[in-house]
Write a protein that binds this ligand. Structure first.
Ligand SMILES: Nc1ncnc2c1ncn2[C@@H]1O[C@H](COP(=O)(O)OP(=O)(O)OP(=O)(O)O)[C@@H](O)[C@H]1O
Ligand SMILES: [Mg+2]
Length: 921
């Protein structure tokens, strides 16, 4: 006995067209997403039904959120995916595992939510490869948070899968997950359609004036048009309008439903309440609970059409559910929840049962509270962090014992933090602070406060808060205190010079004064001690410690968890001691581990570090791939990581005006976000770029800015060599001399070929005669023992420039030719051009390098083409770039067309391998 009204849709011509176009696009092999937004009762669901009727040839999947305080992890996603799980085996293994755990099908480590998103995308694409797939997500405002996050992620990444997603959502809510997707705003019906609807609803009983007033007051809201006249007694109709004018329309409709409820008999009313309290659409369950409450089956026929129970359970409209639940007295509600708990399976549906028990509790109840705690644990194990937080919050409310209450409030705050619910986390911390706290709990409160600040914004006052928390922990738990200090250091490093308080120096001093753990030190202890020494004792004492730390992180004695948490700090330690190979090894390991674990926030930092290393090594092709991956992962996760790799690549490539734009944008954004180190990086990148272009007057201030701001950091040291180059070309010897002293300190402390090579080159720039020549040669010798090809090439360039100035034209040509060839081969365009100009000045004729012929490919196409050439399958490429394999295939199709080839095989010839690229240039 369906309640569905006859499928007549009045008006809405424009809206129908939009939906028709969605279907048309999908039939044509594209994907489409639409969010239909509008107030309650305005006709969103009706439009979705229209769309379903038009969707012949589609496979249709429908899910709907249900208004309920209950938060069950991935409940909506389960509804969506359950019928498709036959295809799960087609997904890459890590995605299968992630989705399996999220949906509670298998156990495993809690999956990263973005990996669950990617798995869902792949699954939908796989299903849609048979025939187009249309997914309706009605009442999206009531979906569980985990599902909304996943679907928002999927919707943003659909392109060529033949999947349509149509969401319906109330406009009064702001689900950030859906913000920015294409929208259709639904307003009321135009007067004429509204009048027609009114006539169809209550017929000819109304006179024209009343009818017009009704249409006006309802502003064309179809549900209001159908419902309000019904809610008012016939006698009230003419005069009763406008009585409730001061209320928003949905409230008025709800009140109207409430009046209809009041007219019902006791039994059907309690049946309605029972159904309203249960989010799962399960008629059998409802009847079993009804029996316990002494409600007979006939009650369903006495609800005046407000409720229908057949194969499924359906209210006339979702507002009936709110009206029923909200108007019920608390004891009535508790009674139905108790009945529902009694009939809910304690094994299979333990979490739902726990929630009903909680709602049935009249006051604190330890048994139920600990039941909820267990539910939270299960939710957490599935990656359902929002649900875990919700269970724990409820558990807090039911806990009487003050100590336990504090404990649970802290756990709930932690879960809320991890779920990204920062406000909730802060509220729980306040609740915890209101109770009695022992010293360790006090410290945990501080730590959580700090972590919330860090998660909200890396550059904020997180370092200070972490520092305080670490200090409090010192006497309670040395290990935890040390770990917290390292996190504080990490936060302070992001903030750099912009840290308000809790600077790198503050953290370092505190670390030096803090108690030491039992020997032997962990690699993380070495990291912490080494960094602290940099700022307190100086680089001579710091260098050996940091070198040991970095080397340890490159090996296997460091656990996966430690690499994920501090790997990037170890790469910073490696470059601090001028150890490129170790930096590369740690970054490579970190990225591999982060990819395998699906730890995407870590990956966002890791690919940035690895991309920088690739650029410094002169492997620009690989660097570009990593930059693109960094873009994809930061975009997908919203991680706030500055574009470090892109900056290094742009600086060395010497592409203008692209490089300057990136640098300016980074300075602006990082300054606003309090990420001081990114600002410093951008200044350094600017110095390199300006030097490459021969614009030394502009390079100089940039290099000064980068080397002055937090002078202890390696970026500052790198900037010194740029400063010396610019100063020596602009006649600023005194500036250069000071910089040289600092550079030598750093290079001599580490004594690696990289550092000593750069130092020799910089000294050469400030020397004359044989001394200069010997130093240039030393620089070239040393750097040719490293992988830092761009720096080697630059040394040939500077040597050649010097030779030309001292009149040794033939020798100059030899160096400049080598420099030009190397620089052009690497792709350092501006430096290559600088070498070419110098060569021409020696009298040699040099062709400008031909512009590469491949630039018709978009950056994304280029990247996909290179990955395909390197042998990655479409799913593998998709996993790297957060796209479905179908979308990868679609991009590849475009690549083939543009390159005039017909298969992946052709890519090898159409796109030169990195070696060939080098050889050709
Ligand atoms: N264009 C229309 N022509 C005829 N009837 C309509 C039209 N639009 C909506 N209705 C009817 O109005 C009522 C409310 O519409 P609907 O349930 O689609 O609203 P909604 O926007 O989905 O509301 P909610 O946000 O509460 O889910 C339904 O009975 C529906 O059949
Ligand atoms: Mg609806």
């Amino acid at each position: 006995m369906a309640l569905r009204r006859p499928p007549v849709l009045l008006g809405r011509a424009g809206e129908r067209q939009v939906l028709d176009r969605v279907l048309e696009n999908v039939r044509g092999g594209q994907s489409a997403v639409l969010v239909v937004r509008g107030e309650a009762g305005v006709g969103k669901t009706a439009l979705l039904r229209y769309c379903a009727r038009q969707a012949s040839g589609f496979r249709v999947a429908r899910i709907a959120g249900v208004e309920s305080e209950m938060e069950l992890p991935f409940a909506g996603l389960h509804q969506l995916c359950a019928p498709m799980l036959g295809r799960l085996a087609a997904l890459p293994e890590p995605q299968q595992a992630a989705l399996g755990v999220a949906l509670g099908l298998s156990s495993g480590p809690p999956p990263d939510r973005f990996l669950v998103g990617l798995a869902t995308l792949s699954l939908l694409a796989e299903v849609a490869s048979e025939r187009p797939l249309l997914c309706f997500v009605d009442d999206a405002q009531w979906l569980d948070v985990a599902t909304r996050q996943v679907l928002g992620f999927v919707a943003r990444r659909l392109l060529a899968e033949s999947v349509a997603f149509v969401f319906a959502v109330r406009d009064s809510t702001d689900e950030s997950e859906l913000v920015g997707l294409p929208e259709l705003l639904l307003g009321g019906l135009p007067d004429e359609d509204a009048r027609a609807l009114l006539a169809s609803g209550i017929g000819a009983r109304l006179d024209g004036r009343v009818r017009d007033r009704l249409v006006e007051e309802t502003r064309g809201n179809p549900l209001a048009i159908l419902e309000l006249p019904r809610g008012l007694a016939a006698t009230q109709l003419p005069g009763g309008l406008g009585l409730l004018e001061d209320h928003a329309l949905p409230r008025r409709i709800e009140e109207s439903f409430r009046r209809r409820l009041e007219a019902l008999a006791e039994e059907p009313r309690r049946l309605l309440l029972l159904v309203a309290a249960e989010p799962v659409d399960d008629p059998l369950l409802v009847w079993r609970a009804a029996e316990r409450l002494g409600i007979g089956p006939s009650a369903a026929d006495e609800t005046e059409g407000l409720l229908a129970i057949g194969e499924s359970v359906a209210f006339l409209h979702p507002l009936v559910r709110s009206a029923v639940y909200r108007s019920a007295a608390p004891p009535e509600r508790r009674a139905v929840h108790r009945a529902l708990a009694e009939v809910t399976d304690a094994g299979a549906d333990a979490d739902r049962r726990a929630w009903h028990l909680a709602a049935a509790a009249a006051g604190p109840d330890e048994e139920v509270a600990s039941e909820l705690e267990r539910s939270a644990g299960r939710a957490q194990a599935r990656g359902g962090l929002a649900a875990a937080a919700a269970f724990l919050r409820r558990s807090v409310a039911l806990t009487r014992d003050p100590a336990r209450r504090t404990d649970r409030a802290l756990a709930a705050a932690q879960a809320s933090l991890h779920a990204g619910a920062f406000e909730a986390a802060l509220a729980l911390l306040a609740a915890a602070e209101a109770g009695p706290l022992d010293a360790l709990e006090r410290a945990r409160v501080d730590l959580l406060h700090a972590e919330v600040a860090y998660a909200q914004n890396r550059g904020s006052d997180a370092p200070l808060l972490l520092l305080r928390a670490a200090g409090r922990l010192e006497t309670l738990d040395v290990r935890l205190a040390r770990d917290t200090y390292l996190d504080a250091w990490s936060a302070a490093l992001f903030a750099g010079q912009l840290a308000s308080a809790g600077s790198l120096l503050d953290v370092s001093r505190a670390v030096r004064a803090a108690p030491h753990p039992e020997p032997p030190p962990h690699p993380s202890d070495l990291l912490l001690d080494g960094f602290a020494l940099v700022f307190t004792e100086g680089r001579l004492s710091a260098t050996p410690v940091l070198r040991r730390a970095a080397t340890a992180f490159a090996g296997t004695e460091v656990s996966v968890a430690e690499v994920l948490r501090w790997g990037w700090l170890a790469t910073a330690a490696a470059v601090y001691v001028w150890d490129y190979d170790t930096c590369l090894a740690v970054a490579t390991r970190e990225v591999r581990i982060a990819r395998d674990a699906g730890a995407l926030e870590v990956l966002a930092v890791g690919v940035n570090v690895l991309g920088q290393a690739a650029a410094l090594g002169g492997d620009f092709g690989r660097a570009a791939l990593l930059v693109a991956e960094a873009d994809a992962v930061t975009e997908a996760t919203g991680a706030r990581v500055a574009p470090y790799a892109a900056l290094v690549l742009a600086a060395f490539r010497g592409q203008e005006p692209v490089g300057s734009k990136l640098i300016d944008a980074t300075i602006a954004e990082a300054t606003a976000g309090g990420q001081g180190t990114a600002v410093q990086y951008a200044h350094w990148a600017n110095a390199v770029l300006m030097n490459s272009l021969g614009r030394y007057e502009e390079a100089l201030p940039a290099a000064v800015a980068a080397s002055d701001d937090t002078p202890e950091l390696f970026v500052a040291t790198w900037a010194l060599s740029e400063l010396i180059e610019a100063a020596s070309r602009t006649g600023n010897p005194e500036l250069a001399a000071g910089a040289l002293d600092r550079l030598l300190d750093s290079a001599n402390a580490s004594a690696t070929d990289w550092g000593l090579g750069i130092a020799a080159r910089s000294r050469a720039l400030l020397s004359e005669g044989d001394a200069a020549e010997g130093l240039y040669r030393e620089a070239i010798d040393r750097l040719s023992l490293t992988r830092l090809r761009p720096e080697l090439a630059r040394s040939h360039l500077l040597y050649g420039e010097w030779l030309r100035r001292v009149g040794r034209r033939v020798d100059a040509r030899e160096q400049l030719r080598t420099a030009h060839e190397l620089l052009a081969a690497i792709g350092t365009e501006a430096f290559a051009e600088r070498a070419r100009r110098e060569l021409v000045a020696t009298g040699e004729k040099v062709r400008k390098r031909a512009v590469e012929a491949r630039d018709e490919l978009t950056p994304q196409e280029d990247q996909i083409a290179r990955l395909a050439r390197d042998g990655l399958s479409n799913p593998e490429i998709g996993a790297r770039l957060f796209l479905s394999p179908r979308t990868v295939e679609w991009h590849l199709g475009k690549v083939f067309t543009k390159l005039g080839i017909s298969s992946r095989m052709g890519l090898h010839d159409a796109l030169p391998s990195p070696d060939q690229e080098a050889a050709r240039a």
